[in-house]
Design a protein around this ligand. Structure first.
Ligand code: SF4
Length: 142
């Protein structure tokens, strides 16, 4: 059975507009990546535990906001509330210093780099690229 045939039997996906060529391409390449581990991250600023999974150390995968708590869009459903628990990193040097400290002191394993949007629904990460590149070079496990 092809993946498209299998998907056709999943009721929840009956209205999904899938691109058959793309699904077939995913299926063709699946064997190459099947053995690769999949890592999921969940927001570490949310506390949770279930019978199958529990949260890890709060600072092992923190979220940084390059705009601190500021957002120019202020969507109705959020009003920038999602940014409140994030660690401010309003310049690249601040991000680098905080990440290096957390690696040393709190076993940081990775991080989410986020922030509020400008009026065009963009987050301008470009000036952070050199720091991200340096951190990844120095700490490839991140
Ligand atoms: S753009 Fe993002 S952070 Fe800003 S209010 Fe909307 S959802 Fe929240």
């Amino acid at each position: 059975m092809t993946w498209l045939d299998a998907i056709a039997h999943i009721e929840e996906l009956e209205d999904a507009a899938l691109e058959p060529g793309l699904v077939a391409a995913f299926e063709r390449f699946a064997a190459d990546v099947a053995a690769r581990p999949i890592r999921f991250s969940t927001p570490t600023f949310k506390e949770y535990t279930s019978s199958e999974i529990k949260g890890c150390n709060k600072n092992s995968f923190p979220a940084f906001s390059i705009t601190a708590g500021a957002c120019a869009l202020m969507c109705d459903h959020c009003q920038a509330k999602i940014l409140e628990p994030m660690i401010p990193a309003t310049n690249p040097e601040m991000l680098e210093a905080k990440v290096r400290d957390l690696i040393l002191l709190q076993d940081l394993q990775g991080f989410l780099l986020s922030g509020g949007s400008n009026r065009r629904n963009e987050i301008k990460y470009e000036r952070y690229y050199p720091v991200i590149e340096r951190l990844k070079r120095d700490f490839p496990h991140l």
